[in-house]
Design a protein around this ligand. Structure first.
Ligand SMILES: [Zn+2]
Length: 244
């Protein structure tokens, strides 16, 4: 198999990717075959989810805001191990502008982080940067108000960078590595939209899922989308398309 493939030869690229995936598939143990792939089809199931404004808390901040140690699970999220908690907090910005009930997502983290869509940030009166989750240096702070206490954050408010979670097999399928950028095309009546710079985040046990914020999803009318496609940015918008 030649490693030198003309970028425009998508059929060949696709054939080779299928060959690699098939070879890899045949090497997998039966329990690994459930890791993101449908039986008899090497097309991962693409899910595009809306990540509405939310807060991640440290153990210490849970205790301060709610007076107890453990968040109460309300609903499991699509990614295993993650959940929406029953708890919400009030977020207060400058000049007492606030968002009254913002959902907490669990489990707890090493650093408290507030993720807002641009519209949320405008209504709160702050201007957070677009950041990868966890990269909080130099970001604005805010005040969190819970039923039992108040936390003043010096930093931690971001607009979460659009991203896609996937496992290693799915990364091979799309021909991407961790931190690469992909393209998401949403086809919907009257407002089809193509998102660039979709950050790839690969991890064991992750399911293929794109996270957009509410502004992004609403702009493309994701709710009524006819088709979603995740594309390798190096393939000129054409290869490895996958509809939901
Ligand atoms: Zn995410």
């Amino acid at each position: 198999m030649s490693l030198f493939i003309k970028a425009e030869d998508h059929n060949l690229v696709e054939a080779i990717v299928r060959e690699v995936i098939t070879a890899r598939w045949n090497q997998l143990k039966p329990d690994q075959k459930n890791d993101g792939f449908r039986e008899n089809a090497f097309t991962p199931k693409l899910v595009v989810s809306i990540s509405a404004r939310h807060v991640h808390l440290t153990d210490k901040d849970v205790k301060t805001l709610f007076g107890y140690d453990e968040l109460k699970k309300m609903k499991d999220l699509y990614q295993d191990g993650f959940y929406a908690a029953e708890e919400t907090v009030m977020i207060v910005g400058p000049r007492r502008r606030m968002l009254p009930t913002v959902r907490i997502l669990g489990p707890t983290r090493a650093e408290t982080q507030v993720e807002l869509a641009f519209t949320d940030a405008i209504s709160l009166g702050i201007d957070p940067p677009v950041r990868e989750s966890g990269k909080l240096e130099g970001t604005p702070g805010c005040v969190l108000v819970g039923p039992k206490g108040v936390v003043e954050l010096r930093q931690g408010v971001i607009r979460a960078e659009r991203h896609v979670h996937m496992n290693k097999n799915e990364a091979i399928f799309y021909g991407v590595k961790d931190k690469d950028r992909m393209i998401l095309r949403i086809t919907s009546d009257g407002c089809s939209t193509t998102f660039e710079n979709v950050l790839v985040r690969i991890g064991n046990g992750l399911k293929l899922e794109v996270h957009l914020d509410t502004d992004e999803a609403n702009a493309a009318d994701l709710e009524h989308a006819e088709k979603v496609e995740l594309l390798n940015a190096n393939c000129n918008y054409k290869c490895h398309a996958s509809a939901a």
